[in-house]
Design a protein around this ligand. Structure first.
Ligand SMILES: [Zn+2]
Length: 261
């Protein structure tokens, strides 16, 4: 399918406005927005969770002129453009491929966000936010009344579709989920566990978290469901790809590159 090219500037402006890129706080290395420009035209979009070497290579092979990612290129701060980094930039420039990154703005978006989309995929209906970060709630929370094992089974099916596996901090037998929360990616931390306790959450679905969170979860009698960092952050970038196609008529594809975490 040959679509009419659209101006990169227009796509970036629309994304920035929709995602409130300038207003949503984030960690410095996230550098949300356009990270690498191209010659100015977008004919095809590729979306991926990470701006990895393989994602750049596959986006170039797919003929994409814009790669949209959740985890951008600059997490480690200022670094010399040598070795793998050089290879990545050479591939980007060689393919005239722009990169747009959206981290927390994409996590917390009320319609396209990773958290709200994961809730929907798990047949859970949010009624509020979770995982407070500065001025925003990164995640979502809601009410339910069903065996926790049933919730976890749906998470397992979802994660498996993206090549992931699921673990829980406590056995699910006999447990009932009445109040759940979701924080995708590295969503389990001492802070989110404390918040879960304060908000009466009994089931917390995350991507991953450090070992101590499993210990704390048991002490808080909280079922933390670890569904994989990668798997839980696949939905937002796909929602963005579809959103751009709707708005600009530019075709898009998802580059499935599981990381094992
Ligand atoms: Zn992440």
């Amino acid at each position: 399918m040959t679509a009419k090219p659209v101006a990169l500037r227009d796509v970036v402006e629309a994304l920035d406005a929709e995602l409130r890129t300038a207003d949503i706080p984030d960690y410095g290395g996230a550098m949300n927005g356009l990270q690498v420009a191209n010659g100015g035209a977008v004919r095809r979009v590729a979306v991926a969770v990470d701006a990895s070497r393989d994602a750049i290579k596959q986006a170039a092979i797919a003929g994409a002129s814009l790669l949209i990612v959740h985890h951008g290129l600059f997490w480690s701060g200022a670094q010399p453009i040598t070795g793998v980094r050089y290879d990545k930039y050479r591939a980007l420039f060689g393919a005239d491929l722009a990169v747009y990154a959206s981290h927390l703005p994409l996590d917390c978006h009320p319609e396209l966000g990773n958290n709200v989309r994961l809730a929907r995929a798990l047949a859970l209906t949010p009624d509020g936010g979770f995982a407070r970060y500065k001025t925003i709630d990164v995640g979502v929370a809601g009410a339910a009344h069903e065996p926790t094992a049933d919730v976890v089974e749906r998470v397992r099916v979802f994660a498996a579709a993206y090549g992931g596996t699921v673990r829980t901090s406590v056995p699910t037998n006999g447990r009932v989920t009445r109040r759940w929360a979701i924080c995708t990616g590295g969503g389990a931390s001492s802070e989110t566990l404390q918040e879960a306790r304060a908000r009466g959450i009994d089931t917390l679905i995350v991507g991953e978290g450090p070992h101590h969170t499993t210990v704390e979860a048991v002490e808080h009698d909280l079922c933390v469901v670890y569904a994989g960092h990668y798997a839980t952050e696949t939905l937002g970038v796909q929602a963005l790809g579809a959103w751009i196609e709707d708005r600009f008529g530019v075709p898009w594809s998802f580059l499935h590159l599981p990381t094992g975490s």
